[in-house]
Design a protein around this ligand. Sequence first.
Ligand SMILES: *[C@@H]1O[C@H](CO)[C@@H](O)[C@H](O)[C@H]1NC(C)=O
Ligand SMILES: *[C@@H]1O[C@H](CO)[C@@H](O)[C@H](O)[C@H]1NC(C)=O
Ligand SMILES: *[C@@H]1O[C@H](CO)[C@@H](O)[C@H](O)[C@H]1NC(C)=O
Ligand SMILES: *[C@@H]1O[C@H](CO)[C@@H](O)[C@H](O)[C@H]1NC(C)=O
Length: 663
Amino acid sequence: MSALTLAFALICTIFPLPLISSEDLSTNYEYFTADGITSGLNADQRDFLLNGKTITIFSGAFHYFRVHQSQWRDRLRKIRAADFNTVETYVPWNLHEFQSGVYDFGKGGSDFEAFLNIEEFLKTAQEEDLFVLVRAGPYICAEWEFGGLPSWLLREDGIKFRSSDPIYLKYVERYWNQLLPILEPLQFTKGGPIIGLQVENEYGSTGNNDSAYLEALVKLYRDNGIKELLYSSDSPFSGTRGSLPDELLLTANFNSDASKNLNELDSLQPNRPSMTMEYWSGWFDHFGETHHIVDVDTYSRIYEDILTHPASVNIYMFVGSTSFGFVNGANMGTMGRDNSGLEPDITSYDYDALLTEAGEITAKYNATAALTAKYNPVKTKLPQIPETPERVVFDDIKIEEQLLLSEIIDDFPKKIESENVVPMELLDINNKSGQSYGYIVYRKTDLNLNANAELLIKGYVRDTVLVLVNGNLINSVPTSKDALDQFGFWKLANSSITLTKTALKGATLDLVVENNGRNNFGNLDQFYQFKGLTEEVTIDGETVKNWQIVPLEFKRSWNQQLSGWHEIKERNAVPALYRVTFSAKAPLRDTYINVQDWRKGIVIVNGFVLGRVFAIGPQQALYLPAGLLIEGDNEIIVFEHFSAPEYVKFSKDVIWGVGTHIQ
Ligand SMILES: *[C@@H]1O[C@H](CO)[C@@H](O)[C@H](O)[C@H]1NC(C)=O
Ligand SMILES: *[C@@H]1O[C@H](CO)[C@@H](O)[C@H](O)[C@H]1NC(C)=O
Ligand SMILES: *[C@@H]1O[C@H](CO)[C@@H](O)[C@H](O)[C@H]1NC(C)=O
Ligand SMILES: *[C@@H]1O[C@H](CO)[C@@H](O)[C@H](O)[C@H]1NC(C)=O
């Protein structure tokens, strides 16, 4: 310690100052690598060693694909400023291989391009003085569509996900042979930031017990030149069945009873380091729930219990973020696996994390930084916490332009002819990858309907359905959370509705079915993941055949070419798109779109699907990061299933609760 730091330390004792790091301190990388790099992360004894030096890992979970690239550095610096030395991330297969054999790692031209440059993310993490833990999946859970698996895998009849099924493994291998060469040069022992990689995720919860699968993943890593430490992550009470005890370090996931969980972990591998791979700082929300909060005191007590065990830790989530577009996941609920128990997640992945969805510092962040400073034995140079720019609230915009959904269906150029209804994944579109997300319309024309004709949809709707007869909506408009128990939603089996009171000739029937997000947890049985209609549709007991199918994917290029906008014809009980434009000036700022006055649908900004709206809550404002805006004119389109208000409104802050039309 130099005389200067000693003096500084003395002053700090007398006049406690905020944690200003002395310029004399080394950076994280200097501390661990100043004399060259000879070895990576080592877990062969009770403490982790990195390059031969003892390390306690203080890691924060940050899903790069849930934050616009323009904000990565801000969030990374905030992690580092809390005295953390590591960032942990997952990798979403379904975004990176958005069609079978077609990839986007940041320049691939998919709608998510600005979220996918993983190489840039890893390099930025290193520039911000952080090591990286990569959880490459292929399954990632993460409250993410299908746990990260691409929906086009469903086209392989009989495929068994998360297993050593050769069909499944063939696709894993093809994808990892693209992904791992990007990671390989960025390993710690090659001078990069990656100190460890995970194999699968909570595999002990599947009941599959397929160690040949885990062995195959390890082999793929090693065959692609991955040399750093490999680990698994599970509840320690799953035992070792989600892991390979001799090859993978076991790590633990929990949010209570730190010593019970970590003692259990230690009993499974007594002479290895203890690490909590997911310490849940908050929780996620399903539609219809109250927003989850974990109070700071409870959180801090358990965080301290982890540090004093002592154990390394990854805070899940450190960075609150967003499941933009259609890529929120879902649970299958306690009611079984028949879609009646579907619990789709909301768009926000705020998670009550240390940084909010909008990147703000929380009291939980401050408490974490204070405890980390107390227990992190290695003092290094820390950055200042970056300022979070003020958000802007644009003026309310009166909605003047509309396109009825029935007009879009009428004008859709290439309707697909099909004898029977089929799920979206099996359509021969997108280079034979099928439809992954959005809505699928089943149209039947020239129907002669009797008075009180009864429509029956066999099985379960996956996941909501709007029924139009000659363009008129038959469903009732939801006014309470009980709507989920009624026709039009996923809970009902064999659901039916009366199509018309009087007889009709030459009628057109549209069934507009919405995919609300695929299950992301468990063993992901194939049948239950299909979206759209999977069984028969009858009218007065007779099977309806020969449909026209319209995939409504709401891809950016399609959204931007929509034409034929007209003045508002009718805003009540009619599914329609509404368009407004507004001007944004530099410097562009974040905002929220206030959706309290809407019922159900999606919001699209400059062609990009921002997220989902549903008045049953809990989310009533959609985060709109500046990176999705442009200087000058910006366009917002709202697709509303039921009834629209007169204005598009904004909000400075997040809004939790139910919409204004829900009792
Ligand atoms: C279609 O898919 C194949 C792989 O299945 C891929 O090689 C090819 O590039 C794709 N074509 C287009 C136009 O995306
Ligand atoms: C997996 O292992 C657990 C515990 O060892 C056991 O209860 C379960 O039956 C096994 N499942 C299969 C499919 O073998
Ligand atoms: C976090 O700590 C900073 C610095 O002490 C303080 O200015 C800020 O108000 C705190 N934030 C919260 C949400 O407690
Ligand atoms: C739906 O109806 C079929 C008969 O058409 C019946 O076999 C099935 O059990 C019903 N499903 C449910 C969940 O009630």
